[in-house]
Structure formats: structure tokens, C-alpha cells
Design a binder for this molecule. Structure first.
Ligand code: PLP
Length: 377
């Protein structure tokens, strides 16, 4: 949503070129909502969603922990004031020398999903805590993360047993139910798998302590999504159902849900045209596209709300495309986007819900376009 603060900033500063404006008040509210919805879970903000230093500093000051995926992200979290014991290295794919560097920096919590990765950690991060990621089907998510990360629960048992054997602290199980997950029961299925791993290892005397329930909490795009409170309740009852009174420590790693609705991209209409005189679909070209930060429009997965000064007047379907000389730089074509007929070249539009996964996805200088500028206010 474009908050009044964002609208005032754009009206007074009038930045030229496409830019993202993030309202820290919204991030603060989101953090508090997660704390309230899941009071017994530690919050590890997924840095990749938006690593702007102002956001990381705010969250560090509010007591957040951080989920990082590289040494650079570890350093960003530390620069923002987070101590090493509030940072996890949550990427299951790490170079051994990066594990060593993170360990030197004090990081002691690492993700794995295979014995090969466990061996790297055992060599350069002795005694560290490891949690094993299990696969989920990503069902119900608009941006599924399935297949690439995690292993089946039976393999997670082997991985954690191996970790223990190599002197590591076999600490727990993690999963990610898929990003922009609107099915409240997704956590129930994943927690059932986590419980199997806990129970199987317990029989061998290996007592796991933690379940990392990942991200997936949605932000509002065109459709309403359940509030954090609804997720909290669904997750808490699933935990009770599978773990009874022996509740493990839990972690959540919101990315999109923490910053998505805090940001708005201001963009400009560069061209409106047709491919034939009798076409009824217009092509609307913006000064931002897939390579300027809107990569999540890939396969038209994420559909952003677009606000124009002409809203409320008659609309017609448009193909929405970016400004680069790459034919893949088309955001919405299979499902055209309805935009006002009175929209004209030079008009500004606001693309809402763009606080997550935009600046980090923007190319350095494709066709000479500068990377997406961001203002955090
Ligand atoms: C990307 C990522 C997240 C954040 O996911 P969202 O769906 O944006 O909340 C959390 N954990 C891990 C391990 C991730 O890779």
C-alpha cells in the first residue's frame, strides 16, 4: 500500500526514474504483528527479501534475528547491529571457505540438506549447530521453492545422525512451505514430517531441539490474505497436534511478509502502442520491468496492484512490458492487465506491494538502465 508518508515523499522529493520507496513504520508494524501472532517463536528476518541497511538496523534494534544466505549477508546483518548468535546461515548450498569465514565471524547455526554439506561444516565449523531442511510440496504457494532445497524426512534422519557422529550439534529440522503461501494448512503437513524426524532420532537417543518453520507468510497483492494472527493460530495448533506438550523451540523466517507491503515502486509510462490498428489489447511499456526489479512476474507468478491517477475510469486489457531490448521483458501478457483507457505516455504509476524481492532482483546495468533506486523513509 502507498502510505501517506510514501505519497508525501514522492510528492515533495519528486525523484526521477523508477524507484522503490519503503516505509519503515510498516516494517515495524509487521514485526510486531509476527511477534504477537507467534509469541513463542524467534523471528529470523530473511535478509534476501530486502537488505536495505535501514531495514536491517530497525529490525536488529527491535530484537529480530536474521536468516542469511552468504557471507555478505552475514556481514550486513552484523553491520546493522545483530550479534552473531542472532544470525543463521540458512542457505543449504555453501562453499566450505564461506562456512569457515562465517564460523570465524561467530556464526554457529547452519542449514544442511545432505551429508555432503554436513561434512563441509564438520571440517571448518566444529561443534556448530545444524538443522536439516526437509522438502515440502510447495502446494498453495504462489512462488514455490520446492525441489531445490531439502531432502525427504528419511534422509534428514541420516543427515542429522551423520552430523552428530561428526561432533556437530544435531539441532533440528527446517522447512519452507513456499513463498506467498495462502494455505494455512501448509505448515501442518510440514510439521508432521518434522515430527517424524524428531521421533525417529529420539529412538536412537538423538534429541533434536528446534523446528525452523521458514517463511512463506504472504503479503497483500490483488487479493486479501489471512492476517498474521490466523497463521499464528494455525501453526500453533499444528505444533500442538504433532508435538503435544513437548513443544520444540521454533523459528520463523519471514521475508515477503515482513517488507512486501512496506514498499511502493514509482514508475513512468514510456510508451502505449498497438501491434495492428484493429488490436484491442494495448501494449503499455513502463520504465521498469523484469530486469529492473520485477523478476517475480516470471510466469506471471506475482501480480502486483498498479495504481494510476485515472483509477475509477473505464479500463481495457493491456499487455504490460518493461523498457529493455529483451523480449522476455514482458510482465503480464497471458493474463492481460486492465488499465484505464485514459492512461497516457508520461503518466506515473505506482506498483504496490513491492517492498520484497525487487531491489535485489534488479540487474546492474542491463541496456544501461541503472539498478532500482531505493529510498527507505
Ligand atoms: C527466502 C527464504 C525465506 C523467506 O521466505 P518468504 O516467503 O519471503 O517469507 C525464509 N527462509 C529461507 C531459508 C529462505 O530461503
Amino acid at each position: 500500500m502507498a502510505t501517506q508518508r510514501i505519497l508525501d515523499f514522492l510528492a515533495t522529493r519528486r525523484p526521477t526514474g523508477p524507484c522503490l520507496v519503503v516505509d519503515l513504520d510498516v516494517v515495524r508494524d509487521n514485526f510486531r504483528a509476527f511477534e504477537k501472532a507467534l509469541p513463542d517463536s524467534k523471528i529470523y528476518y530473511a535478509v534476501k527479501a530486502n537488505p536495505a541497511p535501514e531495514i536491517l538496523r530497525l529490525l536488529a534494534a527491535m530484537g529480530s534475528s536474521f536468516d542469511t544466505a552468504s557471507v555478505a549477508e552475514v556481514e550486513m546483518a552484523m553491520d546493522a547491529g545483530a550479534p552473531a548468535d542472532r544470525i543463521s546461515f540458512g542457505n543449504t548450498i555453501k562453499k566450505e571457505r564461506d562456512i569457515a569465514r562465517a564460523y570465524q565471524l561467530g556464526i554457529r547455526l547452519f542449514a544442511v540438506d545432505c551429508v555432503e554439506e554436513v561434512e563441509k561444516i564438520a571440517r571448518v565449523a566444529p561443534g556448530a549447530r545444524v538443522f536439516c531442511r526437509v522438502l515440502t510440496d510447495g502446494e498453495g504457494a504462489e512462488w514455490p521453492l520446492s525441489r531445490k532445497f531439502g531432502c525427504v524426512p528419511a534422509m534428514a534422519v541420516d543427515v542429522l545422525r551423520h552430523a552428530k557422529g561428526l561432533g556437530l550439534d544435531a539441532y533440528g529440522v527446517s522447512f519452507h512451505v513456499g513463498s506467498q503461501q495462502t494455505d494455512l494448512t501448509a505448515w501442518d503437513r510440514a510439521l508432521a514430517d518434522a515430527k517424524v524426524v524428531f521421533a525417529t532420532l529420539a529412538e536412537e537417543g538423538i534429541v533434536l531441539k528446534m523446528v525452523n518453520m521458514g517463511g512463506g507468510f504472504p503479503t497483500r497483492y490483488l487479493r486479501d490474505v489471512p492476517a498474521a494472527q490466523a497463521y499464528g493460530q494455525a501453526i500453533f495448533s499444528a505444533l500442538r497436534k504433532h508435538f503435544g506438550n513437548a513443544l520444540p523451540e521454533t523459528i520463523i523466517e519471514p521475508g515477503r511478509g515482513m517488507v512486501g507491503n512496506a514498499g511502493v515502486i514509482k514508475s513512468e509510462v514510456v510508451l502505449i502502442s498497438k501491434k495492428a490498428a484493429n488490436d484491442n489489447v494495448r501494449w503499455v511499456f513502463l520504465d521498469i520491468g523484469k530486469f529492473g526489479g520485477l523478476a517475480e512476474t516470471m510466469d506471471e507468478a506475482i501480480r502486483y496492484p498498479i495504481v494510476t491517477a485515472h483509477d475509477g475510469t473505464e479500463t481495457a486489457p493491456c499487455v504490460l512490458a518493461g523498457p529493455t531490448c529483451d523480449s522476455a521483458d514482458v510482465m503480464y501478457e497471458k493474463t492481460p492487465y486492465p488499465l484505464p483507457l485514459s492512461l497516457t505516455i508520461g503518466d506515473e504509476v505506482l506498483i504496490e506491494g513491492t517492498g520484497a524481492y525487487t531491489t535485489t532482483y534488479s540487474a546492474v546495468a542491463f541496456n544501461g538502465f541503472e539498478p532500482l533506486r531505493s529510498y527507505v523513509i
